[in-house]
Design a binder for this molecule. Structure first.
Ligand SMILES: [Zn+2]
Length: 386
């Protein structure tokens, strides 16, 4: 072996060793920091946090309301007075929309640990029910039942009210409604909770827009009371309000089913797709500092309205700056909500970002628009010929 071939061999060895070293380093880095861009907690961890919070406080407890398609427990956390009117929220029905789940955790902490007079009042006079995660199996939009569709079932199309076999078929990637109404175990669990606790208000949280939409077939006296109280509280707390409008539930959307059990449903789109969507931004601290304060007046207003408070006479709150405590006296008549209700003010971008809206009414609108344009073009054509 001459000197040249010996040198070539050692070069080759060096090259091999350095490639192996680089691959090893890349593997180590990717296994250590695969979640750097993700701000959410794994589902099981968040549920465990809820459980340990409940275990520390006698005013809270929890139970399993059903199992997911793959057999995971779906928990409901019960906070406050079991004999009082109930307000129920749920989250992560679309598995990748977990802003509601995280916000509910902060609301629970506030209720149990803040010693805020308003929180203590709720603990005595209301029953707050949180189902933080409905879709326990999946971090995608739909559940893990691939029996009838390779996309799984969109749980927010699987509820009973307005479910139609013809809509949201199995080849719809994002909105397959399931084989029949309430076919999915997750849907059945939420409906079982509605039947058992009969919430006055039921809130189904999502992240595909920035608005609150109530079922206008629900109890409008309660809704109007909520709207007045919400406006007042948001002003007192110094937080910007979500736009609120009434809409027609249906199409198998979850909030449409609340009426069957004596309540009124809300579809709550908490952030548009540019915000907290699919486990991206905002960070956990943004949820605590922005979304939690924004949602607190909604929960308080619902609690107050659920116990029959229609006229707000004296609301004592701490302002957002936490410097002064205000006590305001305002009188609202129960029918005076029209000024506080903005009708359909959310942008069309938001409305199209997620299709939790009634897609049927949108379909009818486009069909009408197409027909109208066709008629106009024919009319112009004949006028031109004459
Ligand atoms: Zn959604």
């Amino acid at each position: 072996m001459n000197f040249k071939t010996c040198k070539q061999k050692s070069n080759k060895k060096l090259l091999k060793a350095s490639i192996i070293a680089i691959v090893a380093v890349v593997l180590v880095i990717s296994s250590v920091t695969p979640t750097f861009a993700i701000t959410y907690r794994p589902k099981s961890e968040l549920i465990n946090r809820f459980i340990s919070l409940c275990n520390q406080h006698s005013e809270a407890s929890y139970e399993v309301i059903g199992k997911s398609y793959q057999g995971r427990s779906i928990c409901i956390f019960k906070i406050g007075n079991p004999n009082a009117p109930a307000v129920m929220w749920d989250g992560s029905m679309h598995g990748w929309e977990d802003l509601g789940s995280e916000t509910m955790y902060h609301l629970t902490k506030w209720l149990l640990e803040s010693n805020d007079p308003e929180a203590n009042r709720i603990l005595q006079r209301n029953y707050v029910l949180f189902i933080p995660i409905v879709n326990m199996d999946s971090s995608e939009r739909q559940n893990k039942n691939y029996e009838y569709s390779r996309y799984g079932v969109d749980l927010n199309r699987n509820f009973k009210y307005g479910w139609r076999y013809s809509s949201s078929k199995s080849d719809y990637p994002n909105t397959y409604h399931g084989d029949y109404a309430a076919s999915e175990p997750e849907t059945q669990a939420v409906r079982a909770a509605m039947a058992k606790f009969r919430p006055v208000f039921y809130v189904n949280t999502h992240t595909g827009g920035s608005y609150l939409s109530y079922d206008q077939n629900g109890n409008m006296n309660k809704v109007n009371a909520f709207l007045s109280l919400y406006s007042q509280l948001a002003r007192d707390f110094g937080v910007s309000k979500y736009s609120v409008s009434g809409g027609r539930a249906g199409n198998g959307l979850a909030h449409g089913d609340a009426k069957e059990f004596g309540g009124t449903g809300f579809l709550f789109e908490m952030a548009s797709s540019s915000g907290a969507y699919r486990h991206t931004s905002p960070t956990l601290s943004q949820i605590e500092n922005y979304y939690f304060p924004k949602c607190k007046p909604i929960l308080i207003a619902m609690c107050q309205a659920s116990e029959g408070k229609e006229v707000s006479t004296s609301v004592s709150t701490t302002t957002s700056s936490s410097e002064t405590t205000q006590s305001e006296s305002n009188t609202y008549s129960s029918g005076q909500s029209s000024s506080t209700t903005s009708t359909s003010t959310s942008s069309s971008e938001d409305r199209q970002a997620d299709d939790d809206q009634d897609s049927y009414s949108r379909y009818r609108y486009y069909r009408y628009r197409t027909y109208y344009r066709y008629r106009r073009s024919r009319y112009n054509y004949y006028r031109w010929r004459r």
